[in-house]
Ligand binder design. Structure first.
Ligand code: 13P
Ligand code: SF4
Length: 336
């Protein structure tokens, strides 16, 4: 009979995660997660692998097995800089593709191939070709929430953390901004550059309403409202701060508001509540069904079987990489 002993360092991380998550995950539920957390952390060490986790991952992933966490821009930066041989992307498919573009020699795994994004679904390279015909000479700025093929048809990418800086970096009077209409409208409020929009939306953020936020403010005038720029304009008009998920995190950590409404995906509040015990989080809860496809069980299977490895056709990758690397060369501004 073979008994596999969990190395002390893996046991320690599981135990420290248990303590850390006591306020957001009941003990009985954590018991179900603990063996996965231990096995994933052990396998990561054996495979020289890291788990990069987006801020919308559930707390047991975010605090239990992630090596690095962040918004889309940070995840791209981290993928470009890691020494690991294997990157497991605990996020959605476009994030894994972006990691593969900036780290082509690494194995990049996505634990569930169906972890998509409504924005990525909203636009194709053929749409971009038509827009270029309609607006000759206007550069195409594409949100990273898109396929590699769409990135390849673009001039430069952006994230919610650097969209304004990217648009202004081009020195153009007008740009085509794809595919998120609301992010584009928000960028237009921050710059003199004319923004040509596309009508893609995030299925999670488009559900928030200004009326909902006004009711929170009416109930407590002191409440801080912070929102992701994928929300509709009437929602952003109610916000005290608008920024990427990492920007929202930085706002909470540095301002320590007594009460905050996080106008974004549910898990953000859970993850931040762990490290900000003095902040009362109001959670208008909209789940991203794509992000929620990533579970501890699937991360473990992904590492055990080395699936699903992201591959991008070389001709597509070559062009898409240029658009992503141009973006990474633009410094991140206040959107953080
Ligand atoms: P961030 O880059 O701000 O993390 O946003 C990614 C995303 O998909 C938000 O819905
Ligand atoms: Fe896409 Fe919205 Fe989900 Fe982010 S939250 S991955 S933009 S569907």
């Amino acid at each position: 009979m073979t008994i596999e002993l969990t190395p002390p360092e893996t046991r320690t991380r599981t135990e420290s995660t248990r303590l850390k998550l006591a306020s957001v995950i009941p003990e009985v539920e954590f018991e179900l997660f603990a063996p996965y957390i231990a096995s994933i952390n052990q396998l990561k060490a054996e495979r020289n692998a890291i788990v990069l986790a987006h801020n919308y991952m559930t707390p047991e992933i975010y605090h239990g097995v992630a090596d690095l966490v962040g918004d889309s821009l940070s995840l791209a930066d981290m993928a470009a800089e890691t020494d690991a041989d294997v990157i497991v992307m605990a996020g959605v498919h476009f994030m894994a593709e972006t990691a593969k573009l900036v780290a082509p020699d690494k194995t990049v795994l996505i634990p569930d191939l169906k972890a998509g994004c409504s924005l990525a679904e909203s636009i194709t390279p053929a749409d971009i070709a038509l827009l270029r015909q309609a607006y000759p000479g206007a550069p195409v700025v594409t949100y990273v929430n898109t396929s590699a093929e769409v990135k390849a048809a673009s001039d430069i990418c952006c994230t919610s953390g650097n969209a304004v800086e990217v648009v202004e970096s081009l020195g153009a009077d007008r740009v085509i901004f794809l595919p998120d209409e609301y992010l584009g409208k928000w960028v237009a409020t921050q710059t003199e550059v004319e923004i040509i929009l596309w009508q893609g939306h995030c299925e999670v953020h488009e559900r928030f309403t200004g009326e909902e936020l006004r009711s929170y403010r009416a109930a407590d005038p002191e409440v801080r409202i912070i929102a992701h720029p994928e929300c509709p304009p009437d929602v952003l008009a109610e916000a005290d701060y608008v920024g990427s998920t990492s920007g929202m995190q930085a706002y909470v950590e540095s301002n320590q508001p007594a009460k905050v409404v996080m106008v974004t995906e549910c898990s953000m509040s859970d993850n931040l509540a762990v490290n900000n015990p003095d902040v009362d989080f109001v959670r208008p809860c909209n789940l991203c069904p794509h992000m929620k496809r990533i579970t501890l069980e699937k991360i473990l299977t992904s590492l055990q079987t080395m699936t699903h490895a992201v591959e991008i056709a070389p001709d597509v990758a070559e062009k898409a990489r240029v658009a992503v690397e141009r973006m990474l060369a633009v410094k991140r501004g206040t959107g953080r």
